[in-house]
Design a protein around this ligand. Structure first.
Ligand SMILES: NC(=O)c1ccc[n+]([C@@H]2O[C@H](COP(=O)([O-])OP(=O)(O)OC[C@H]3O[C@@H](n4cnc5c(N)ncnc54)[C@H](OP(=O)(O)O)[C@@H]3O)[C@@H](O)[C@H]2O)c1
Length: 228
């Protein structure tokens, strides 16, 4: 498939690299391609400069958010929670219309320091905000409940563990589930929560994820939904 990955952080890089490895045609989008490609210092999260990553992945094209969205059948939102709506606006409503929008973003607010709080919760979610802002896109929330490496290599965590999908369009969810299978997620470990409203729960899981990360001393973990 042709996939546009919006985001050059840990998640964007992990998803883009894995998709390319699996034979998909991938374009990564960023706010300012020239600035992103000429930066020589680590990004705000301490990741090596994007250019270093891009040079190691010559099969992945780079461009603006609009370039990535226009070129693709499936669009991945791997931008910061606060930056998601502006980034998707920059991608262009017309470039999103009718397409699957796989949303990984968490609405984390770091403005008061650590641990972050949530920008939206309880009665709304970032996934729903994105769906309302871009009604013609088919938003599917998934993969936001684990670290970037586990998303694309679930076997980093031994045994069965769960990934959630939430979205209003059944065909879009199937497309996303097919991509998840490609990453290594078995059908039994994919839990379909229903409509995009279910994004509330998976986004509100983040405070617990952060506590677990602290308690376990590693990000290589996940939760498993065990059925009777
Ligand atoms: N890191 C993880 O393991 C993990 C796990 C689960 C979910 N998530 C979620 O996935 C998303 C991506 O996470 P990440 O760690 O890869 O990167 P991040 O630092 O949260 O986001 C970086 C990306 O956001 C873009 N962006 C757009 N507007 C922005 C703004 N106003 N401020 C800052 N960045 C802005 C940046 O654009 P430029 O390219 O132009 O800099 C960059 O591509 C986030 O929503 C995060 O909560 C992350």
């Amino acid at each position: 498939m042709r996939v546009g990955v919006l985001g050059t952080g840990r998640v964007g890089r992990a998803i883009a690299a894995r998709l390319a490895e699996l034979g998909h045609e991938v374009v990564v989008g960023t706010r300012d391609p020239t600035a992103t490609m000429t930066r020589t210092e680590p990004d705000g999260m301490g990741n090596p400069p994007f250019r270093t990553w891009a040079e190691a992945h010559p099969q992945v094209r780079g461009g603006s958010f609009a370039d990535a969205a226009a070129a693709s059948e499936v669009i991945v939102n791997a931008t910061s929670g606060a930056g998601s709506l502006p980034s998707l606006t920059a991608a262009g409503e017309d470039n999103l219309a009718g397409k699957v929008l796989l949303d990984i973003a968490n609405p984390l607010d770091f403005s008061a320091g650590m641990p972050p709080t949530l920008l939206v919760k309880d009665t709304d979610s970032l996934g729903e905000q994105i769906q309302r802002a871009f009604p013609q896109a088919k938003v599917v929330k998934t993969l936001n409940t684990m670290n970037a490496l586990v998303m694309v290599h679930p076997d980093r965590v031994p045994g069965d563990h769960s990934v959630f999908v939430a979205g209003d369009d059944a065909n879009a969810k199937q497309t996303v589930m097919n991509l998840l299978h490609g990453f290594g997620w078995s059908a039994d470990n994919i839990v379909d929560l229903g409509g995009i409203r279910s994004a509330r729960g998976v986004e509100m899981y983040l405070p617990l994820w952060l506590s677990l990360r602290q308690a376990l001393g590693t990000g290589d973990f996940n939760i498993n939904v065990v059925r009777a």
